[in-house]
Design a protein around this ligand. Sequence first.
Ligand code: IPD
Ligand code: CA
Ligand code: CA
Ligand code: CA
Length: 268
Amino acid sequence: MHPMMNVAVKAARKAGRMILNASENMQNVKVETKSPNNYVTNVDVDVEKAIIDILQRAFPDQYYITEESGEFGNEDSDHTWIIDPIDGTNNFIHGIPHHCVSIAMQFRGKTELAVIYNPYLDQLFTATKGSGAQLNGQRIRVANRKDFSGCLFSGALKFSKKVFEHTYPEAVLDLHKEISGLRYSGSLALDMCYVAAGYLDAVWTSRDAKIWDTAGAALMIKEAGGMLCGLDGGVTFLEDGRLIGGNPRIVAKLTKFLTPHLVPAEKA
Ligand code: IPD
Ligand code: CA
Ligand code: CA
Ligand code: CA
């Protein structure tokens, strides 16, 4: 286990307790609109502060990339903490108990540690680079299906015109006929953890995911024996915010399936 893991877990559990308390007192939750249909609450902000406080006490002088407080800290530090206090704020606002806390740590730009916590089910996902991924301490692995038949995927039907051609919605409907189901839970980080745990066979997103949505969850999938790539098969998926994750065979098939529907480079 990574030597910094205990502190990250402590921060995630504290955050989880705050989220559970807040969810029982929704009348006190204040919602603000960042941009149309994009919300933040006082709980996102307070939870993030609590996480930062615990991490900074243990590791002063490191760098932070956070969804709600921006980037700050020692730019020369080798360590960068990446924090999403609530992944799935929209679910939270709507009273749907499916969202999580995501904390990742990068050492010299490579993700080394990830903690993703769903407080409602007390699901603590942890991963350390080179040492596997766990759910509540038990090793997890991606599913091993080879074909689309029987697969349960997470992917959005809502599509970005700058990413996909108009052929995409029909293509996904056709894909839907071949697989057992398609989900989009509203928490990308949890969907990615569910791929790591083998509950879902693959995940894709085209919705400009941010590094705090994906850094920790990507390590979870890799450490569970899976792989990730861009929608076009490329390696810059964390930067691009568009990715496919799952076991290598299913990722290869999905990439082959999705690529023809991408906006070609000359039009993008
Ligand atoms: C969002 C969730 C959602 C994804 C959005 C993200 P947030 O994160 O991960 O599943 O579709 O693109 O912004 O804002 O709830 O932390
Ligand atoms: Ca948000
Ligand atoms: Ca998020
Ligand atoms: Ca968030």
